[in-house]
Design a protein around this ligand. Structure first.
Ligand SMILES: Nc1ncnc2c1ncn2[C@@H]1O[C@H](COP(=O)(O)OP(=O)(O)OP(=O)(O)O)[C@@H](O)[C@H]1O
Ligand SMILES: [Mg+2]
Length: 353
């Protein structure tokens, strides 16, 4: 049986506009997954997948644009696995120079190279018993790819300059924002390593493809920031949310989190309204009319674009609400199924994988 808060959150998930007020802890408990918030169908599938694979020890490859929560999901998998009380060791393979990365991953013996004045334990060994998170694996050099492949196959490696193998028991989770299959085709990523990693793929949706979650996330960040910063923001107005759902969010949830922090800190108390939003976001919505904010700007508007955006948004919502059952969605919109199908094609709307 669901309580009121759960129902309120469910409403929030179904509608991109504002619902009733939230309680942070209830939100985290009911919507959250180690802090990963989401109620749209794609995110529910991600949570179910995480649940199913957490204890399996299988290698996981997380893919998604920057800011979609790859790092958070990797941690959640570890936390929900039987390895949770062992280390979770993260390494950003794209941020460390190639010559240092090898010794970061595998460690080195004393005197292995100039400057190696003492032996160093590598991340794989530190993660023993737990999970190693190889972030931005798509940026790893071909030489290192071979070495990582060997660890994946044999669960053992040699520290730089050493000749004794070290055996480890680690769960491997890798992530990348790149299309690794494309990287393989271009010859930038080893095919054998790709297939070793591509055991359980998890695709995280971009924020623009989960617009039904934008209201929920915005409210979540408001509550969280009120708690952390002692501010008294009551919520986000419907007009402001209408702008937020039309933004493209190239930085995904991170971009939304940062924007909410700026708005909450600058405003301090009261409701965040459309006037508080950056001009850039507001201007993007020139064509993004909502049923609640049909206001013609002095500069005019492109009617065709505005109507298309409006239609696209409603169609997407109807599909999400009906789990993409087109007959039901068509009924909600009071159009023929064939009309709906034609519009889905035109707007290139896709059910998230
Ligand atoms: N589903 C989510 N719920 C709540 N916060 C989220 C979610 N996804 C991302 N975030 C926020 O976005 C920030 C970035 O998340 P994370 O570092 O996991 O993304 P990423 O996909 O690994 O990005 P990058 O590719 O740039 O490393 C987090 O610190 C958090 O504030
Ligand atoms: Mg990351």
């Amino acid at each position: 049986m669901q309580n009121d808060a759960a129902l309120a959150n469910e409403n929030a998930a179904d509608s991109p506009v504002r619902s009733t007020s939230y309680d942070l802890e209830q939100m985290l408990e009911q919507n959250g997954y180690m802090g990963v918030i989401g109620k749209c169908r794609c995110m529910n599938q991600v949570f179910q997948l995480v649940e199913r694979v957490a204890d399996s020890d299988s290698t996981i490859l997380i893919n998604g644009e920057t800011g979609t929560g790859k790092g958070m999901v990797a941690k959640a998998i570890h936390k929900r696995s039987y390895r949770s009380n062992k280390p979770f060791v993260s390494i950003n393979c794209g941020a460390i120079p190639e010559n240092l990365l090898e010794s970061e991953l595998f460690g080195h013996v004393k005197g292995a190279f100039t400057g190696a004045t003492a032996a160093k334990t590598g991340k794989f060994e530190i993660a023993n018993g737990g999970t190693i998170f190889l972030d931005e694996i798509g940026d790893m050099s071909p030489d290192l790819q071979v070495k990582v492949l060997k660890v994946l196959e044999e669960r053992e490696f040699e520290p730089v300059g050493g000749c004794k193998s070290v055996k480890v028991d680690v769960r491997i989770i890798a992530a990348t924002h790149r299309d690794l299959e494309e990287q393989v085709q271009k010859g930038h990523f080893r095919e054998d390593l790709f297939y070793r990693l591509y055991v359980i793929p998890i695709q995280l949706p971009s924020l623009k493809d989960r617009i039904t979650d934008i209201g929920l996330l915005a409210e979540y960040f408001v509550q969280k920031l009120n708690h952390e910063k002692g501010t008294r923001i009551s919520g986000v107005s419907q007009d402001a949310l209408n702008h937020l759902i039309h933004h493209h969010w190239p930085g995904n949830v991170r971009e939304l989190a940062n924007l909410m922090e700026r708005l909450v800190v600058l405003k301090g108390e009261g409701e965040i309204g459309q006037d508080d939003l950056p001009e850039k976001i507001k201007s993007e919505t020139q064509s993004g009319l909502s049923a609640h904010s049909i206001e013609l700007s002095p500069d005019g508007i492109c009617l065709n674009t505005a109507v298309s955006e409006f239609e696209k948004n409603l169609i997407y919502q109807s599909l999400e609400k009906t789990d993409w059952v087109k007959n039901k969605a068509a009924k909600l919109l009071q159009v023929k199924r064939t009309t709906l199908v034609e519009k889905i094609k035109r707007y290139e709307l896709h059910k998230c994988a």
